[in-house]
Write a protein that binds this ligand. Structure first.
Ligand code: HEM
Length: 443
């Protein structure tokens, strides 16, 4: 029955042989915008020979997130990450993934999260102290550096973070620049060669530390020790390489994404002074400059949390999520055959007219309890994914962004020198392009 249904209609603009590859590389958002305008919520495009179905609309987004890994496979669709992280996390076969997952969940237990809130505040304060009394700063880059410091101290611990130095973090940008969902990852191209060199550098820095921890498990109490001990005990065939890959994959998933969305959260507040006034009022009411605040004070920063959520909707760091179709998918009107890829697009999901009022408008009050637009459907907001693979670091990232906003506006008058930054889209994460802020310390 289902095989008589058509496959999703193809968006215009496909070139012979290449399909939509060139457009995907240059401005993938235009494929999604045109597809939605031409065909509505479900359509397809082609990356060379690969058919890709885009599943828009709450019903189809639900299918995307609630199908099993067997039917809609994550491992295969992100194969291009395997050249960097091999079988880490969702890049591993499903049963292996299930063994690795508890290791990651452990990092976000309540007591650890409370410790992280303190580390985040210390690191944000160090950054602000470096700024001096007044000046200008390129904020996108500054957020990168900050988020690396926070991730380093929270996940690696002071000892390792201070040992690995800048070279380690700079290597991530080389890895990101080499992400390519189309080309075979081992072609002899300069970007792939640089990727392999960067990975070798990171490996040379971390492998001796992993070996030390494997030999002396009682001497350390940090993430690396946790990963080494856990994998020795629970993961059959665990090696120093598998621990290294897991660690690198975690840091990869967590840092550029948070830096991009964090930068946008501040930029969007500065672009919307009326709403910033509400945020400023609650920051002044519930926190004091120079003093640490705890999770109870943070829970009172509701307008700030809604601002962070509105940035997730309008400027998501991860705008497309992908799966490989292993079992034919019936969408009602269409079928997506085995062997296709399936994608959801945040640009579509976060602008659906039936879900969001005036979707183009920055309006964080849409999350206030009397409107709660995001609560109408579980899969309407997808900036952190959904279902079984929903982002493990979501609370961590949201808390970090709230702390950045709080401490910045608590202590500084800030304005945008770059009024309307553009979106720099990457396959690791999106971020604003260069954005200069002017700041002056409050008395
Ligand atoms: C604003 C910051 C972040 C954004 C926008 C983001 C986004 C996402 C998204 C969209 C997914 C789902 C991918 C998919 O279904 O295809 C995901 C998964 C994941 N994220 Fe995040 N993330 C952020 C921060 C973090 C942080 C700080 C960490 C931890 C250090 C982290 C760790 C992970 C992990 C481990 C997964 C895989 C979950 C699984 O498959 O079980 N993320 N993230």
């Amino acid at each position: 029955m289902s095989n008589q249904k058509p496959t999703p209609p193809q968006v215009s603009g496909a070139l012979p042989v290449l399909g939509h590859v060139l457009e995907f590389r240059k401005s993938r958002e235009t494929i999604f915008a045109r597809g939605y305008a031409e065909h509505g919520e479900v359509f397809s495009y082609k990356l060379a020979t690969q058919n890709v179905a885009v599943l828009g609309g709450t019903k189809n987004q639900r299918i995307f997130f609630s199908e099993t890994d067997q039917a809609l496979n994550m491992q295969e669709s992100y194969r291009f990450l395997q050249a960097m992280f091999e079988d880490a996390l969702f890049l591993a076969p499903h049963d292996e993934y299930l063994k690795q997952r508890p290791m990651v969940m452990e990092l976000f237990k309540r007591q650890k999260m409370l410790d992280y809130l303190n580390i985040m505040q210390v690191e944000v304060q160090k950054m602000l102290d470096r700024w001096g009394a007044s000046g200008e700063i390129e904020f996108t880059q500054e957020m990168d550096l900050l988020v690396q410091e926070v991730a380093g101290y929270c996940f690696l611990g002071a000892e390792i973070h201070e040992q690995i130095g800048r070279e380690f973090w700079d290597s991530y940008r080389v890895l990101s620049a080499a992400l390519d969902p189309v080309l075979p990852p081992n072609l002899p191209l300069p970007k792939f060669r640089k990727r392999d060199q960067a990975k070798a550098k990171m490996s040379a820095i971390l492998k001796p530390m992993i070996a030390t921890r494997r030999q002396n498990p009682d001497q350390y109490d940090d993430l690396l020790q946790h990963l080494v001990s856990y994998s020795m005990e629970h993961v059959e065939g665990s090696t120093d390489d598998s621990v290294l890959n897991l660690l690198l994959a975690l840091m990869f998933a967590g840092h550029e994404t948070t830096a991009g969305q964090g930068a946008w959260a501040v930029i969007q507040l500065l672009q919307n002074p009326d709403y910033l006034a509400l945020v400023q009022a609650e920051i002044d009411a519930h926190t004091t400059a120079g003093e640490m605040f705890d999770h109870r004070a943070m829970a009172k920063l509701t307008h700030t949390a809604w601002a962070v959520r509105e940035t997730e909707r309008m400027r998501p760091s991860a705008d497309i999520l992908m799966r490989t179709v292993h079992e034919e998918l019936d969408l009602g009107e269409y079928v997506v055959p085995k062997g296709w890829m399936a994608q959801v697009s945040a640009d579509i999901a976060h602008n659906l007219p039936g879900v969001w009022t005036d979707a183009d408008k920055y309006d964080p009050l849409r999350y206030a309890p009397d409107r709660a637009e995001d609560k109408q459907d579980r899969y309407s907001m997808i900036g952190f994914g959904g279902g079984m693979h929903k982002c493990t670091g979501m609370n961590f990232a949201n808390n970090e962004m709230i702390i950045i906003i709080t401490k910045l506006f608590q202590q500084f008058e800030v304005e945008l020198v770059t009024q309307n930054p553009g979106i720099e889209r990457g396959l690791g994460a999106n971020r604003p392009d260069k954005t200069v802020l002017r700041y002056k310390r409050k008395r």
